[in-house]
Design a protein around this ligand. Structure first.
Ligand code: ADP
Length: 267
């Protein structure tokens, strides 16, 4: 549960953020307020800067200009990295992986005590993994691995989760399980900021959408963001297939060929 906090005062305030990797500009003049309890999906094509924005907020990339303010302790930020960026062969049990996330509380060279183990178990329970504490993380499915990271964040008392493409590479059932867990956490007061390629999911499951393509193209309710003009600006020359008014799939049409967001070629 989050501590009582005046609503509408941003928990994360990003102001005029500009980030380049060498000569390559990743984000330009981004301003954004995240309010307690927000459920925000970040959408945009590959290379739009979604990961960079999340990493900047948690302090994993430095920035050249602008400011990021997090209300209170930065430990309230729980980051779930892209799946590919984690070494899942690291030989550690699920419970230990969660306890390792609590190092700031435990201290690097001290053994975790009973209270830490209890907190870790409670966090595993909140993500539906209470039976899995003794398993090796490498034995888990993709969806369960994401849940371990969420449990890790919860155990360290995070109340703002930043998730980088948590649904990529998981099947539909696992995606739906994960979304149920995230919605439940959100209803308990956890703020969610999540990047995704899945426009339908962003539109159906999130109360705000940030359309990002190096700059903020639009930010607000799905209804205000999912307009044809914004999507055209977001995906450029790419062709967006609509089902009714709903953008269903994005095909890239830039080089005379078409591929979808997973890199699959379409004739
Ligand atoms: P997204 O998550 O939307 O796919 P990224 O934040 O990963 O976008 O990337 C934004 C831009 O920054 C891209 O042009 C990408 O190539 C570049 N970029 C990302 N990470 C690095 C890095 N570590 N070094 C150099 N360039 C990077």
């Amino acid at each position: 549960m989050i501590a009582a906090e005046p609503l509408r005062i941003p928990v994360i305030a990003v102001r005029n953020l500009t980030i380049s990797y060498g000569a390559n500009s990743a984000l330009e003049d981004i301003s954004l307020d995240v309010i307690p309890g927000d459920r925000i999906a970040i959408i945009g094509p590959n290379g739009a800067g979604k990961s960079t924005l999340l990493k900047a907020v948690v302090g994993l990339v430095s920035f050249q200009q602008g400011a990021i303010t997090v209300a209170g302790d930065r430990r309230r930020l729980g980051y779930v990295p892209q799946h590919e960026n984690v070494d899942w062969n690291f030989p550690v049990s699920v419970l230990d992986a969660v306890i390792m996330g609590m190092w700031q509380e435990v201290g690097w060279f001290r053994r975790p005590g009973r209270s830490q183990a209890a907190k870790a178990l409670e966090a595993l329970d909140r993500v539906g993994l209470s039976e899995f504490g003794k398993r090796q993380v490498g034995e888990l499915s993709g969806g369960q691995r994401r849940r371990v990271f969420i449990a890790r964040a919860l155990a360290q008392q995070a109340d703002i989760l930043l998730l980088d493409e948590p649904f990529s590479g998981v099947d539909i059932a696992a995606e739906s399980d994960l979304m149920v867990i995230l919605r439940r956490l959100n209803s308990e007061g956890i703020t969610l900021l999540l990047s995704t390629h899945d426009l339908e999911l962003a539109r159906e499951q999130f109360d705000k959408v940030l359309a990002l393509r190096r700059k903020v193209i639009a930010f607000g309710s799905p209804k205000t963001v999912f307009t044809r003009d914004h999507l055209a600006e977001l995906y450029g020359k790419r062709v967006i297939a609509y089902e009714g008014d709903m953008p269903a799939e994005v095909f890239i049409d830039e080089h005379g060929c078409c591929e979808d967001h997973e890199g699959h070629q379409h004739p």
